[in-house]
Structure formats: structure tokens, C-alpha cells
Design a protein around this ligand. Sequence first.
Ligand SMILES: [Cu+2]
Length: 258
Amino acid sequence: MRKAFALPTVAIAAAAFPLFAMSAASAHEGSSSYQANLASVNGSGVSGTGMVTLDGNTATVKIQASGLLAGSPHAQHFHIGAQGTCPTNGLEDDADGDGFVSVTEAAKYYGAIGTSLTLDGDTSPDSGLAVDRFPTAEGGSISYDRTFEVTDEVHQAFEAGTAVIVLHGIDKDGSGAYDGDVVSDLDESLPMEATAPAACGGLKAAQMGTTPSGGAETGAGSTAGLENQGAIGVGALAAVGAAAAGAVAYRRRQADQA
Ligand SMILES: [Cu+2]
């Protein structure tokens, strides 16, 4: 719904109202926390949670998940650059009818790899399929905890609400291993089971106080231009935990003008 948390929109609101500029600046000091509920994709039965704290570009990432193929590695990433959402758990998004919602088919929701959530070493997209450095699901569960640096692009995706945690690797045929006739859309030397998304969750700013409700809907009406953009800006600032009082004052002011 609120996919357009573009930085230029925030800039417009900040320029018009200096109070917002102060709020936006303070939101970048200290740390910000984000949470994701990981839900099944491809009928995997996987569930879990993700928690990310950003202090500048230093990310502390904690992921707990269960229901994964036991004893096998599971690639996991921050995906960025799309809607910040996930495919459904069924096959509605299986465009090519091969029985899997592939990474390619899911990309319209969650985008491309921004960070590879490896256990050690490189975390860039280059390590996206570095299976020997991803967690192995002992007993079907993983518990991941690592602190490392993310790129500016990834940081911005968090602030825009478009960062997503994706865990990969499913055992669709119940054989106990990654196998089968369908080849991965990412690497033809791998079976699709090894790379298809198993769980997914959009990362949302953890609530740090009262958040104004309404948001973008409030400004819809006859003067759809700057006023509407201002309302979207309020929503974006709320998402990064800015002062709710300033936002309420702004919306009262808008109401007075209506
Ligand atoms: Cu991924």
C-alpha cells in the first residue's frame, strides 16, 4: 500500500516544514530497529522471525526459523528494490507452471539481492549462492546472529520499507535432499529446490511510540499535488520513528486548510 516512501518525497515535506527536517535528522542518529515475520513460500511450512538493528550502516541481524529442510544449507538474503512484499504461499505466482515460485517469479515483490546473509566473509550479492557460508538447518531450524556493514543502498531500502528477508531452499518432493528434475532459474547446475524461496518477510520499522494513523489517505482530494505528497511524507517519517507530535500538528494544519 505505502510503497512510495521515496526519499525525494520526504525532502519535499522537510523543506516545507523545518520541524520535519529536524525530526528526519534525529532519526538517523542512534539506531533503528526493524522486524519481519517470515512466512512460508512454495508451501514450505517454514516460519520464523527476523530482527535487524541499523546503527548507521552497521547491521545486527538475528533470524530464527524452523520447518526448513534439515541438514541442508539455506541461502538467505536481504532483497531490495521492489515492493517490499512477498509472494503468496501457493502457486499463484508460478508464471511458467513448473510447480515452483522461483526467485525470478518472486522478484516483482521483493526485488534483487542487496545483502547475502552469510555466516562469515563477504556479504555482497556476489555471495548470493555461496552455500558453504550459509546456515545449515540442524533439525530443520536455524538461528542466525551476525553484525556487519551494509551498503547505503540497502540502508535506504530499510528506510523506504522495501527491504525483505528471504530464506531459500525447499524439499518440495519430500526426498530429504535438494533434487528433482526442475533446474534452478539462478544456476542451472543446481536443482530448483536449492534456490526457490522457502520463507519471506518484509522488514518494517519497529514501533517506537505513537504512530499517526491515516497517512496517505488523509490528503486525497481536490488538491492532490503537494498536499498529498506531504501526507505521504508524514507516513514515511512515522515509519522511521519520527516525532508523532509534529506529524499530528501538520495534519491539523492541513485539516484547517481543507
Ligand atoms: Cu534471496
